[in-house]
Design a protein around this ligand. Structure first.
Ligand code: NAD
Length: 354
């Protein structure tokens, strides 16, 4: 087996810590891709990986994605990500959260954490008992910060509307058919916003009850997990886990647009070309899903400076996501280059690796 820093996913990470705390049983990876623009910011994923190598791969890919996401969102933050490797039962204890907080603190502010899949606001409050380098904490009404999910959903909603205007020439979501994969914080929030605009929704989740409940709430239809990618629709919106856009997944698609919140949607960068060649408009994941990190980064920066931060500043910055997508799509069409490649080149330039 070759060393992980010789694998393509390594992509010149500045540093990767593997943390083991014997007393609590914590096993975590903290990956710091780039601090060129500021402290590496990115959430912590709590997940059971059947093979720890998959956890390392996830940490590296997500961390690089955060460098790109933060840079493209115009934030003074670099990119990092942590993965806590849970046991088969998904055991997560207060002691583990404290040990994880100590590990973040030991990085001296070079890494700033927040919620990701498997983490709650309450978890981050436990982490915050050990380190100040954490965000996504409860805030006063009207202040930036707290659960990033609804803000990510807000950005996806704006991004989908921009994609529909660009690709379909429609300035309304009335009757536009959107297939949503994953009915959690981001998928559910996006569905509720789109429903208010009259979109026709088809939803799916491995938790079938969750999908049914959401479908009822938004006046949509729930379908089985294996049906959602092949559902005829205008927009396919992946909001569950990554790598769904692989050869088999793309072959199933019956849509004009792919725009959703999941991180690392493309199984490999070449899959962006496959979408492009099929004439499907792709909204690069780390550009469209930056709403949550915009919210929690402003929370963190304001707390560091001892100032309150107005939620309207977060909304203003999230409203800039469609403009960024538009410039990527314009360049993509002008050059005949897939949108993911255009976005990657822009992001690399911004983090000093152009
Ligand atoms: P969540 O845990 O609230 O929801 C995820 C949902 O997806 C769950 O309901 C789960 O049952 C479902 N799911 C899992 N596998 C599935 C499958 N194969 N098919 C259908 N449904 C499936 O998580 P979330 O916060 O909504 O995040 C969703 C995605 O968005 C993740 O990829 C996450 O990394 C990404 N993301 C989240 C944020 C945020 O602010 N929460 C920000 C940026 C990106």
């Amino acid at each position: 087996m070759s060393a992980f820093w010789t694998q393509p996913d390594w992509d010149e990470h500045e540093r990767v810590d593997v943390v083991h705390d014997r007393a609590s049983g914590l096993l975590a990876i903290i990956a710091l891709h780039s601090t060129h623009l500021g402290p590496g910011a990115g959430g912590t994923r709590f997940w059971h990986y059947p093979d720890p190598e998959m956890g390392m791969r996830d940490a590296l890919r997500l961390s690089r994605g955060m460098s790109f996401k933060n840079a493209m969102a115009g934030l003074p933050m670099g990119g990092g990500k942590a993965v806590v490797l849970l046991d088969r039962k998904g055991t997560k204890t207060t002691e583990m959260l404290h040990a994880f907080g100590d590990a973040v603190e030991a990085m001296g502010g070079r890494y700033v954490t927040a919620e990701d899949v498997g983490a709650s606001v309450a978890d981050m409050q436990e982490v915050a008992t050990r380190t100040q380098h954490v965000c996504g904490l409860p805030v006063d009404e009207g202040d930036a910060g707290g659960d990033p999910g609804p803000f990510t959903a807000m950005g996806i909603y704006h991004g989908i509307k921009a994609a529909v205007a660009h690709k379909l020439g429609k300035d309304s979501m009335q009757g536009v058919r959107v297939a949503i994969q994953g009915c959690g914080s981001v998928g559910g929030g996006t569905a509720r916003l789109l429903a208010k605009d009259g979109a026709r929704l088809v939803v799916s989740d491995i938790d079938a009850e969750r999908a049914k409940t959401l479908a009822k709430e938004v006046g949509g239809e729930a379908v089985a997990v294996e049906q959602i990618m092949g559902t005829p629709c205008d927009v396919f919106s992946p909001n569950a886990l990554g790598a769904v856009l692989d050869d088999a997944g793309i072959a199933q698609l019956d849509c004009a647009i792919v725009a959703g919140g999941a991180n690392n949607q493309l199984a490999r960068p070449e899959h962006g070309r496959v979408l492009h060649d099929r004439g499907i408009l792709y909204a690069p994941d780390y550009v469209i899903n930056a709403g949550g990190i915009i919210n929690v980064s402003l929370e963190y920066l304001c707390r560091q400076h001892g100032e309150p931060c107005d939620i309207n500043e977060v909304r203003k910055r999230i409203a800039q996501i469609p403009g960024r997508l538009q410039s990527i799509w314009d360049k993509s069409e002008a050059e005949g280059t897939p949108s993911n490649e255009v976005a990657d080149a822009m992001a690399m330039e911004l983090i000093g690796r152009g």
